[in-house]
Design a protein around this ligand. Structure first.
Ligand code: GLC
Length: 687
């Protein structure tokens, strides 16, 4: 059951899609005070667990830290960070009884629909207290149900169906900030193909544009862009360009001119277009919270779509600000005034502080305004809606530009509700082992909030990767719907062909293509029925006390559990099995062995070039048989499949619902696309 409570005069965020009658009485599960905004407080019992909050640092169980929902362009994702790029204000408190299994009656979910700053103190100040601090104008939804999965499912119904990408978006994708021109891109494709490695997409980072101007292509680097996208398509490769939030201020640049003429940009206090700076220097921000401006900005994606583009990534849309013109002037004046001074400890740190404080400055976010349905709205109050609405601008435009097709779209910043329009990637991580674990822990939290199409920069964005880090990361990323290797300019090149163990990389990526029928089927079923594709182990085994402590294993789809290695030089790891399972070890897609392991703790050896998965009892999964030269998802023939699975002694066959479709059209017809397969035990013999 979902209860809705309204405080003050909240703006409509469009996060939810269901009409829920408003309750007048006080909130039952948490104590409420309304003196300084809305403050909710409840006691947590010793064994309670808290899941959710989407893109955040730390574990799946969020207990013990304070998280702040305020989208931030902060590339250092260490465990002291309170905000990353997104705001996902939904959590579930799992109350556990004496025996430590779940007490369904006292567990609940809570969604704070407030697009400004919201603070979640999940037992940091006091270990036994959950405190949520929102603004004065917000809507609170409280959900109770039959356990963790059910609470999440109800929430997911409330916020609407998750985004459905084209099937090709489940293939292996290569990106790097630094591919400069056609030849660089060709080289990436040639070298993957040359090594017999499938490749679905190459990303175009900011360098493809002319002076970092959105919806332009640099003619020197890509003289015939339309022809080039065609050439790539013929080779099965999609080009995916980046679009940034800031529009360059430049006379004669049509997007700038039109935006100024029609008042489509955000305004400052004086009603002038607000001036910030990002990649191209001075920019204006399109006011994507204004429907008319949103339609206009979204319509611009057509320029690239007409040249053959069918996928985009939206970036810097927190929005990130290097500096605002106003603040820069103030800081410059102050720094210059110190020119001949003797800088002592205080004045020196003051100076470095004001310079560092130029970027993403809170005062800047308070100094510009949106036009929301004719009403002036200060940005900081609706800050977390910007990335959501930039992505919505694109998705709403795709409905008109390519209504029959699915278009790939994902964003860096997001708010709950954006999951209906696109996916996200988790931003600028580092080539650190701890970031494999962070990515694993973020996945189920994101799925709870409806974001299913997601993944991290494989190999790490910042710093230099190593061969073993990339290999282990890929072994996890085989399961993330977005499987993209991406890195920053200036770091060690990390395409798989830069390393010696090419055969191992090839094997791993081919396993992804072999698992495609399962990954696609499980993703689409989860999206169409409001389920989670990735789940913490405790969601599937709520009666198992130890399952709540498992922070580095995941349930993936209905049939399997994974336990990736994320420690350098480790040759294996401890794995907890909440029930008897079949351990399948793959050296390659074709070279597999398997063994039944009992419930409990096991040390499992996992070589650098091995993938190990655990199949649940009486469950199966489809596996494609691949040709030697498979290059893209289109080469994975659904007709040539075998079954991997674990069927118990007294059972002869099990059912698996296989979802499949043409991967591109948007008519998801249950009778046509959902097939009930009965798999006999003897069909599993090959394993
Ligand atoms: C931002 C993005 C990153 C991209 C870079 C250059 O840092 O998060 O993915 O490569 O900008 O566009």
């Amino acid at each position: 059951m979902i209860q809705k409570y309204v405080y003050g005069h909240p703006i409509n965020t469009d996060a939810v899609v269901m009409e829920i009658p408003e309750r007048r009485e006080t909130l039952s599960v948490m104590e409420l005070t309304e003196s300084d905004g809305v403050r909710l407080c409840c006691r947590m019992e010793e064994n309670d667990v808290v899941y959710g909050l989407g893109e955040q640092v730390r574990g799946m169980n969020k207990r013990g830290f304070t998280y702040i929902s305020y989208a931030e362009d902060d590339s250092i994702h260490t465990e002291n960070r309170r905000s990353l790029y997104a705001a996902h204000n939904f959590l579930v408190l799992g109350r556990r009884n004496q025996e430590k299994s779940l007490n369904k009656d006292q567990s609940f979910g809570i969604f704070v629909d407030d697009p400004g700053r919201v603070v979640f103190d999940v037992g940091e100040t006091k270990y036994n207290q959950l405190v949520i601090q929102a603004g004065s104008d917000c809507v609170i939804y409280v959900i109770d149900g039959e356990g963790l999965k059910d609470i999440v499912k109800q929430f997911r119904k409330l916020i609407g169906q998750s985004y459905l990408p084209p099937k090709w978006a489940f293939g292996y994708q290569q990106s790097r900030w630094g591919y400069r021109n056609e030849d660089d891109v060709r080289e990436v494709v040639n070298r993957h193909h040359g090594q017999g490695v499938p490749l679905e997409a190459v990303y175009l980072d900011i360098d493809y544009m002319e002076d970092y101007k959105d919806f332009t292509v640099d003619k020197e680097k890509f003289p015939k862009f339309g022809a080039f996208t065609g050439e790539m398509k013929e080779r099965g490769v999609h080009l995916v360009p980046i679009i940034d939030a800031g529009v360059k201020i430049e006379k004669g640049y049509p997007i700038y001119e039109e935006g100024v003429q029609n008042d489509y940009f955000c305004k400052d206090e004086n009603g002038e277009n607000f001036v910030a700076a990002v990649w191209p220097g001075r920019v204006h921000f399109p006011d994507v919270l204004n429907q008319e401006a949103r339609d206009w900005f979204g319509g611009k994606y057509r320029i690239l779509m007409e040249q053959g583009i069918d996928g985009f990534w939206n970036d810097m849309n927190e929005p990130a600000i290097f500096y605002s013109e106003k603040n820069l002037k103030k800081v410059m004046d102050e720094v210059l005034s110190l020119k001949d001074e003797n800088l002592d400890i205080d004045s020196y740190f003051h100076m470095t502080g004001i310079v560092a404080g130029l970027s993403n400055n809170q005062e800047d976010y308070k100094s510009f305004y949106h036009n929301m349905n004719g009403k002036k709205q200060r940005h900081d109050k609706v800050h977390n809606l910007y990335g959501f609405n930039m992505t919505r601008a694109a998705a709403e435009a795709f409905e008109k530009i390519a209504p029959d097709k699915r278009t790939l779209l994902f964003s860096r910043s997001s708010y709950i509700g954006m999951h209906r329009y696109g996916g996200i990637w988790t931003g600028d991580n580092e080539s650190w082992w701890s970031h494999i674990l962070l990515s694993m822990q973020q996945m189920p939290s994101l799925n709870m909030c409806g974001i299913l199409y997601t993944g991290s920069d494989i190999g790490g964005f910042a710093n230099d990767t190593t061969e073993d880090l990339l290999m282990r990361w890929l072994e996890f990323a085989i399961f993330t719907p977005l499987m993209r290797n991406h890195s920053a300019m200036g770091t060690r090149e990390q395409e798989i062909y830069q390393f010696e163990r090419i055969e191992d990389f090839r094997n791993i990526i081919r396993i992804r293509y072999g698992l495609l029928p399962y990954i696609y089927s499980e993703y689409m079923k989860a999206a169409l029925t409001d389920e989670m594709y990735f789940r913490p182990v405790s969601f599937d085994y709520p009666e198992d006390a130890f399952a709540y402590q498992v922070e580095d294993q995941l349930m993936v789809g209905d049939s399997i559990m994974i336990a990736p290695v994320y420690v350098q030089n480790a040759k294996g790891r401890y794995v907890y099995l909440p029930e008897e399972m079949l351990m399948v070890r793959m050296h390659s897609l074709e070279d597999r062995t398997s063994k039944v392991l009992g419930k409990g703790h096991h040390y499992v050896e996992i070589g650098l070039n091995e993938l190990v998965i655990f199949v649940k009892k009486n469950h199966v999964l489809p596996l494609a048989v691949l040709d030697k030269d498979v290059k893209t998802t289109a080469d994975v023939a659904e007709t040539n499949m075998e079954w991997l699975g674990f069927i118990g002694e007294s059972v002869e066959s099990v059912e698996y619902v296989l979802y499949n479709d043409d991967g591109i059209s948007r008519d998801y017809v249950p009778e046509k696309d959902w097939k009930k397969m009965i798999v006999q035990k003897k069909e599993l013999e090959r394993v």
